[in-house]
Structures are given as structure tokens and as C-alpha cells.
Design a binder for this molecule. Structure first.
Ligand code: PMP
Length: 395
């Protein structure tokens, strides 16, 4: 046995939960994505998906992906830099830039690689990257790869952000990076105050719209637009893996910064470009979101209904203002147990445990899609209420 095997022979964290019969991960879906999915032999109500607009099973999106597959083939076999740029990528970049009111945009193969790649090169040794301590893992990894000094402030604590800004040299780039909607708790970044501080300290701001796109703002532009601050945000990042029902991501900003990123960002240059099918699917989803405002209205109707019902039933749901509803459990073992009992009752939710949250803040994450019906939400609420009461989490 080599040193590698020796080291990991004792890694048995997941096995503990498997032996207890509550291991919740890697469940296999065997059919089309939607509000109900076939999973490990039975049908479950899906409240774990990030496809807020509910477009993953939409025939128009599927047809667009099929047409691109027929026209361009299955993959690009190269990076955007060299042989992997399709007219489709360039068209989507133009549309996204226009959508986000920025000069230009770049499309990447995943949202994770946007944050990891952009943050690793956008600030130099003399500069600062300043993050909220609940920012997504891809932002954390991006700042780790950067030569810049990294500073963190307490979640949405604007006094702490100001303290961090005061530590910085005035002549350096000070890039504040936040999730627009925090992915586990569903609360929003305090962008009005962040923009005020940006102006006061001559800083810059990058917002991750992974969970804001298709949900907030005019035609689903995101949280920056929701606050009327789209022109004050320097860089807007988004992903295709949620409301755009596909896979991939983008960064949008001013012409010069994007030109720099286009020629230096390693996850853009040294990674193959997004597949034709995924690119076309994201573009079609974007067209649908822009042309069907009633879809976002439906998402908010069902979200508001779920928020009201969980509150009425006495669940602790934190400060969420979005279709992401955290149901606090505050105990790791119970969080897994609740997830398993819900699955057995036909309701799929996601457990959130460290490092995705603090140990005392474990929760199950209940997320809405525009295609959910009130009746489905009610079934979810009732099933979870029974489990939470039986487990002594709520009365
Ligand atoms: N940012 C945030 C806030 C996210 O929640 C995620 C995915 N969960 C990403 C970035 C990464 O996006 P992708 O899944 O497209 O890689």
C-alpha cells in the first residue's frame, strides 16, 4: 500500500452516514428534470433544483440544443482562444453583455471556472480582493489563486466591510466580490450600501448573479438591476446552470477589463469551450426569460406562497428574500435524518452542512421553480412539517 492509500484508508466520514442509512448524496435521477423526477425507483417532488425558471425540460430549450448538436457536432475540442470559438458563443456573449448593460461579456464552460479564473488574474500583488465570508466556494478558490491580498468581512456587515476598506492602500485596486443572492440562505447582498462604500473608497465591485439571474430585476437581469445599480457594478458574473437551464457561465464588464481577461484568464484559455448544445440551450432559455415575464411572476407567486406557509407553520427560515428557503435544523445528524425522511416521503431537498455553512447553522434548503404549483408546495410543506415536528425541531 502506498502513502496515498495509507492516508485515505482512514477517511470514513461518508461511511458513518451510509452505515446510519442517511447518506443523502449522489442519488441517481433516471428521467427528465422537472418539478417531479424519477429517482432511485420512485417519484419525488423536486425542491432541490436551482432551475428557478423551470426551463430544463422546456421543449424549446431542448430543440435548440438538438439543432446545435446537429449543426456543430458534439464538442468543440479546443479552447475559445484557438479552435473552439463558435459564432454561437460570440452571439451569446453579445446578448449577455447587452442584457447586463455592459460593453462585453465572455462565456466560460462552467460558472465555477468564471469565478476561479477571473479572480485569479484580475487583481495583482499590490491589490486587494474583499469578500463576504459567505461567498460561494468558487469565489473563495479564485481569491486563493490570486496574488492579491485577500480580506474578508462578516456576512453582510457593512461596518466590517468599511473597516477592511480602510486597511487598503488608496492607490490599489480594491475589488469587493459578493454573491448577489447567497446560495444557501437566500438573503441578498446589501448592494446599495456596498456601492456607497465603493464610491467613498474608490473601490470596484463584482457581483455573482448565479442565483439572481432569471429571478430578480427587469426581465430577470438579476439583483444588481433589482436595486437599480447595474451601472455601478463593475463586473457581473452569471451561470447557465440555474435559470438558464444549461451549463456554463459568463463575466460581463467594460471593454478594457474584458479584453484583458480574454487574453489572460487561464480557465478561459486553457480549458475547452462550452459545447454547442449547452450554449444554444442557454441562449434559448435567455430568449424565453426575456420574452415571458409571466414566468418570473409565477416564480414569485409560488415563492411568496411557500414563504408564507413555512412562516405560518413555525419554521425558522432566516432572512431569505428569494426562492431559496433555508429551513434551519441546527444539527448535522438531524439535517441528514430530515433529508432522508423527506426523501422517503417523496420530497427532495438539499442538506446544507459545513463547510457550506457554520456548524450551528445547518439547514435543509427548499428551492422553488416557476413550474411548481401551489398544490405541490403545500405537499412539501405538509411533509416537512410532520418530520420537523416529529424530530422536535419545530412545535
Ligand atoms: N456561484 C454561485 C453563487 C453558485 O451557487 C454556483 C453553483 N452552485 C456557482 C457560482 C458555480 O456555478 P456552476 O454550477 O455553473 O459551476
Amino acid at each position: 500500500m502506498g502513502l496515498l492509500q495509507e492516508r485515505y484508508k482512514n477517511y470514513r466520514e461518508p461511511q458513518k452516514f451510509m452505515e446510519a442509512g442517511v447518506y443523502p448524496y449522489f442519488r441517481e435521477i433516471t428521467g427528465k428534470q422537472g418539478t417531479e423526477v424519477q429517482m432511485e425507483g420512485h417519484k419525488v417532488l423536486m425542491f432541490g433544483s436551482n432551475a428557478y425558471t423551470g426551463l430544463t425540460g422546456d421543449q424549446r430549450v431542448i430543440d435548440a440544443a438538438k439543432a446545435a448538436l446537429d449543426k456543430y457536432g458534439s464538442g468543440c475540442a479546443g479552447s475559445r482562444f484557438l479552435n473552439g470559438t463558435l459564432d454561437l458563443h460570440v452571439q451569446l456573449e453579445r446578448e449577455l453583455a447587452e442584457f447586463e448593460h455592459k460593453d462585453e461579456a465572455l462565456c466560460f464552460s462552467t460558472g465555477f471556472s468564471v469565478n476561479a479564473g477571473v479572480l485569479s488574474v484580475v487583481c495583482g500583488r499590490e491589490d486587494y480582493i474583499i469578500c463576504d465570508d459567505r461567498d460561494h466556494a468558487s469565489i473563495v478558490d479564485g481569491r486563493r489563486l490570486s496574488f492579491a491580498t485577500c480580506l474578508k468581512y462578516k456576512h453582510n456587515d457593512m461596518e466590517d466591510l468599511e473597516k477592511q476598506l480602510q486597511k487598503c492602500r488608496p492607490e490599489s485596486i480594491k475589488l469587493i466580490v459578493v454573491d448577489g443572492v447567497f446560495s444557501m440562505e437566500g438573503d441578498l447582498a446589501n448592494l446599495p450600501e456596498i456601492v456607497r462604500l465603493k464610491k467613498k473608497y474608490n473601490a470596484s465591485v463584482m457581483v455573482d448573479e448565479a442565483h439572481g439571474l432569471g429571478v430578480f430585476g427587469r426581465q430577470g437581469r438579476g439583483v444588481c438591476d433589482h436595486f437599480g445599480l447595474i451601472d455601478d457594478i463593475d463586473l457581473i458574473m452569471g451561470t447557465f446552470s440555474k435559470s438558464l437551464a444549461s451549463i456554463g457561465g459568463f463575466i460581463a464588464g467594460d471593454r478594457d477589463t474584458i479584453n484583458y481577461l480574454r487574453h489572460t484568464c487561464r480557465t478561459y484559455i486553457f480549458s475547452a469551450s462550452n459545447t454547442p448544445a449547452a450554449t444554444a440551450a442557454a441562449m434559448e432559455a435567455l430568449h424565453i426569460i426575456k420574452s415571458e415575464p409571466e414566468r418570473i411572476e409565477r416564480l414569485w407567486k409560488v415563492t411568496n406562497y411557500a414563504l408564507k406557509r413555512f412562516k405560518e407553520e413555525g419554521f425558522e427560515i432566516g432572512d431569505t428574500e428569494s426562492p431559496i428557503i433555508p429551513l434551519y435544523v441546527r444539527d448535522v445528524d438531524k439535517t441528514f435524518l430530515v433529508t432522508k425522511l423527506a426523501f422517503d416521503a417523496g420530497v427532495f431537498i438539499n442538506p446544507v452542512i459545513p463547510p457550506a455553512c457554520a456548524p450551528q447553522d445547518t439547514l435543509v434548503r427548499f428551492a422553488l421553480m416557476a413550474t411548481h404549483t401551489k398544490e405541490q408546495v403545500e405537499r412539501g410543506v405538509q411533509a416537512l412539517k410532520k418530520i420537523f415536528v416529529e424530530q422536535g425541531i419545530i412545535k
